[in-house]
Design a protein around this ligand. Sequence first.
Ligand SMILES: Cc1ncc(COP(=O)(O)O)c(C=O)c1O
Length: 442
Amino acid sequence: MSERRDVLHSWCVQADWDAPTVVGGAGARFFLEDGRAILDLSSQAECCNLGHQHPRVTAAIRAQAEALCYIANAWGAGSRAALARRLLEVSGFEGGRVFFTLGGADANENAVKIARQAAGKPHGLIVARERSYHGASFMGMALSGDARTQAQVDAEAFGVRRVPAPYAYRCPFGGATEEESGRLAAEAVGACIDAAGGRAAGVIMEPDAGTNGIVAPDSYWPTLRAVTRQRGALLIADEVMSGFGRCGEWFAWQRYGEAGRPDLMTLAKGLTGAAIPLGAVVLSAEVSARLEHEMLQTGLTYCGHPLACAAGIAALAAYEEEGLIERSRRMGGDLLAALRRMQARHAVIGDVRGGRGLFAVIELVADRASRMPLASWPRQPPGLKALAEAAFAEEGISLATRGNLIILAPPLVIGERELADALDALDRLMGRFFPPQEDSPA
Ligand SMILES: Cc1ncc(COP(=O)(O)O)c(C=O)c1O
C-alpha cells in the first residue's frame, strides 16, 4: 500500500511525492518492495551512520522493550544513566551532564534555553550563521540560515543574530585562502558579539558537515572558540550531523583537541544510528555547575526515553567495537582523493570538499574559472536532478542533492568495493549528464 495519498511529506510538493516503499535493509543498502536493494549514499538524512538494521541495535531495542519501554524523567532508568555516562566519557565532558531530547531541533531549542539560563540572560542573543541548518521548530528555523526556512520566522524576534558562513570557495569576506576565510568568518562572530553590547548569551555553529554544503576550513573552529571564550559567550557545537564518526571523530570539534572543546554540544541522528528518535544536549562541567542549584526551566515527556537510550548504548558500542570512527576517517580521505580525480575529469565540478570522515560535497559550476554557479542557490540544475534519477533507476544508488551540490555521506559500514563501484557509476553519470563543452576542456 502506498502512503502517497494519506501522508503529508516533509520538504516537498505533496502532488510530486511518489517514492517506493522500503521494507527492510542491511548494511549500506535498503530493500524496496519490488525486491531491489538500493545503495544508500546519504545514510538517509545523514543519520543511518551504522547502516540499516544494525543487529546490535535491533537486539538492544528488543531486550529493552521487554524490560521497560517507558518511565518518566522524574524516575531513574538504567539505560538513560548508562548512555549519559558513556556520552560524557567519549566526549571527555567529565563532570558535565546530559539533557535528552527527541531529535536535533529540540536539542538545539533546549541548548539555547540552557545556555541562556546558565548565562543569566533569559532573553540573551544567540549568534548563528548563514548557510546553516539547526532544525524546523520555530527556534530551529530562527537559528538556521536556510533558504527553506528563512521566510517562515522572524529570527530577530527570537533573539538570533546571523553572520556570514565560512564558505571558502565563495568567501563572503573576500578571503584569499581557506585559512583566511575560516579566520575571518570566526572573527565576524566576535564582532557580532561586540555589537550586541553585553546582550549575547551564546553562539551556535555546525563545526563541520552540514546540509547546506558548507565545510568549515580548519582555521574556523579554533578561532571561533578563542573569540567566544575571550568574550564569555557560551559556544554550542551543533553536532547533530557531524557527530558519531561522520567527520572522522566521535564529535567534529575533537579534531582540534582540548582547545576546541565547546561549552555545550547537541546530538541526534547517529546517536542511535537513527533506529529510534533521540537527541541530546551535553553540558560542560562549568555550565552544569552554574545550573546545579537552580530549577531547570525546561522538560519533555520523553526526556531520556529508556527504549531510545538502549538503542543509543548499543550504537555507541557498535561505533567503538567495530572501529567505525577510525574507518570513517580513513575512508573519508580516500573518498576525497577519488572526488579530486573525478573533478580533474569533469569541468562541471567546481569544488570538492570535506573528506575528514565519510562526508564530502561536490559543487557544480557553469564555469570553473569564474566559479559561476550552475543554478542560483538554492535552485536545482535540471541536469543534476536527471543525474540523481538515473543513479537510482539504473544504478540502484540513492544520492542526496541540494541546489548545485551532491552530498555524499554513506553509512560508516559501507564496503570499500561498494563505495568504489558507486563512485565509478557517479563518474560515468557525470560524463553523460554534463558532457565536456567544445571550448572548455576539463
Ligand atoms: C546540523 C543539524 N542540526 C539540527 C538538525 C535537525 O534535526 P532534526 O531533524 O532531528 O530535528 C539537523 C537535521 O538535518 C542538522 O543537520
